[in-house]
Design a protein around this ligand. Structure first.
Ligand SMILES: Cc1cc2nc3c(=O)[nH]c(=O)nc-3n(C[C@H](O)[C@H](O)[C@H](O)COP(=O)(O)OP(=O)(O)OC[C@H]3O[C@@H](n4cnc5c(N)ncnc54)[C@H](O)[C@@H]3O)c2cc1C
Length: 417
């Protein structure tokens, strides 16, 4: 069988090799990170990525195009087409610009009953509407609620109702998503706003997940010690209120800022928590909940958003085993960020192809998660990706070696012919 990276078009393969070459070598990564950090601050035109054409072109062709979808609708649509041509089922699209992100100092914005237009909510609303209009059937839009600004963040952290303007923006967005057959992820954020986000997610799932499919998905962070209990509560609500629950499972991205005692003590414990939740949901046995009846009531859809090879392949093998044994199955989908963990994404795609050939059935849908926006909008996103690569050294080195082997294989093929 061909190696997983054989699915990468040559242009992308070479760019991936360059980026992995830099991010897997600490001596190259450290100055790269320092440069990105420097460029992320407001600078004079010479060092401004939006205004210096040479800087813009270098950053765009190397780093931006590797990790981001595009600066406008036509670039984003072209990237999405490339992704789907490689065999991915669809994309998760997110807008890098998350609203002005600061309070205007106008306290009327914090009053949910205020009739004044909140410019932060309006900017967020327009940004997400633009985003949802770039995608189509079966794709996802990912929403970060605190991106809608100070009034929304305050309401979420106090557990208050959202401002009326935000309620209408969400209803408008859900209507647009439904009309385009697009699904919605509510991203998990920091603990102080998460109870508020859970409340919004449950309301939206009650309202929109009425049929057999989940349109709205809430995100659950396996690194939190409390997640099993939260999930159990939400499953019970789904059963009681008769809606399909959409579960996006992640490990959690806010370790450096969250109170440490809330998070599992070790990485191994977070890994075990992730795998246990995924496996027991797939088997309809989550925390003793539901047993076999979970396959009919309530219905649940699971999206495993992870770069972790072991977790991903374990879940996929479990799905395959259930398929072969003729046991009931829930819908399981998988997603990785664009430019990250390609080996995991392509392995899933290849296994799908084998399943299709041997059983005539796709066991798992695979997605890539893309961020769009101008280079200026995306620079902090790029910085986070570079830092994440630094923290996952062994995976980055393995990715680099696999890419090098694939380049060598293609060169050898040229000379063999
Ligand atoms: C498509 C997609 C969507 C995502 N959406 C969200 C989201 O909405 N909200 C969100 O918070 N994150 C989100 N993430 C990020 C995710 O939570 C992880 O931070 C990231 O994917 C790395 O974890 P991993 O599962 O890929 O695997 P790994 O790289 O194997 O795991 C790294 C993770 O393990 C955990 N960890 C590391 N060290 C320790 C330790 N000492 N003790 C305890 N735990 C530890 C942390 O969560 C860390 O991020 C998303 C990721 C993807 C791919």
């Amino acid at each position: 069988m061909l190696p997983p990276h054989s699915l990468l078009p040559t242009r992308m393969l070479l760019r991936s090799l360059l980026v992995a070459g830099i991010t897997s070598h600490p001596m190259l990564l450290a100055p790269g990170l320092a440069t990105l950090n420097f460029l992320s601050k407001p600078r004079a035109p010479l060092f401004n990525v939006e205004r210096n054409p040479l800087l813009h072109s270098i950053l765009k062709n190397v780093l931006y195009n590797h990790f981001c979808a595009g600066e406008n609708a036509s670039e984003v649509k072209a990237t999405i087409q490339n992704i789907k041509n490689m065999g991915f089922c669809g994309v998760i699209l997110t807008y890098a610009k998350e609203g002005p992100g600061r309070s205007s100092g106008d306290n009327s914005q914090l009053d949910p009953e205020s009739q004044k237009v909140d410019t932060e909510i309006e900017a967020w609303h327009q940004g997400v509407l633009q985003t949802v209009r770039m995608i189509g059937e079966g794709d996802f839009i990912a929403l970060k609620l605190t991106g809608a600004g100070a009034a929304v963040t305050t309401a979420l952290s106090l557990g208050n109702p959202l401002p009326t303007q935000m309620e209408s923006a969400l209803a408008d967005l859900c209507g647009e998503a439904i009309s385009r057959n697009v699904n919605i992820f509510l991203d998990a954020e920091q603990h102080h706003v998460q109870t508020g986000i859970n409340k919004v997610a449950l309301d939206l799932m009650r309202r929109y997940n009425r049929g057999d499919v989940a349109i709205v998905f809430n995100t659950y962070q396996a690194y939190l010690k409390s997640t099993s209990v939260t999930l159990l509560d939400h499953l019970d609500y789904a059963k009681k209120d008769g809606f399909t629950i959409g579960i996006k499972l992640v490990r959690g991205a806010y370790m450096s800022t969250e109170p440490r005692h809330l998070i599992h003590d070790t990485k191994a414990e977070t890994d075990a928590s992730y795998d246990l939740i995924a496996e027991s949901l797939i088997q309809g046995q989550f925390a003793g909940w539901g047993q076999d009846e979970s396959f009919s009531s309530p219905r649940l859809h699971l999206f495993l958003a992870t770069h972790n090879r072991t977790s991903t392949l374990k879940a996929q093998e479990l799905q395959q085993d259930r398929t072969k044994a003729g046991l009931p199955r829930i819908q399981v989908q998988y997603g990785q960020l664009l430019g990250m963990a390609d080996e995991v994404s392509f392995t899933l795609l290849q296994r799908n192809k084998e399943d299709m050939q041997s059983q005539g059935l796709v066991v798992s849908d695979v997605y890539k998660c893309l961020t769009w926006g101008t280079i200026g909008d995306c620079i902090f996103y790029l910085l986070r990706r570079a830092n994440e690569n630094k923290d996952a050294v062994s995976r980055t080195v393995a990715e680099y070696r696999a890419l090098r082997r694939e380049v060598a294989r293609r060169i050898k093929n040229v000379f063999t012919f």
